[in-house]
Write a protein of this length. Sequence first.
Length: 143
Amino acid sequence: MIKLQIIGNLGKDCIVKEINGKHVINFSVAHTERFKDSQGTQKERTTWVECAYWTDRTAIAPYLTKGTSVYAEGSPEADPYTNKEGQAAATLRMRVQNIQLLSSNRDSQGSNQGNVTNTGMGTAPVAKTESAQTASVVDDLPF
């Protein structure tokens, strides 16, 4: 299994679609890396990941808005194509298995997080996935 993990910001609001009775939440995450090149000049490189989160629970969708910081992990795919200049390029895609909100545009307004739960491992809420439910069960143990 190949696993991709990314921490970044959403480039636009998510889109929720229903396909054959299942829901998919599509969103784009950008990660910007800052570094110095061999001449010592400060450089910046942004990598975009197109994400698809197949889920029955879409309660997290209202929180996936442009500028929201997220942590997402899942299975990566690369779709090669030829760009307008005739050069080979690729689109990086990920089938999301777990997503965690790190911040939200609504956080600064003090809004309610709705049907989003906290794993007890920090202050960032996560979508109610199987791993989040397991974490809450572990938190209820008396030892």
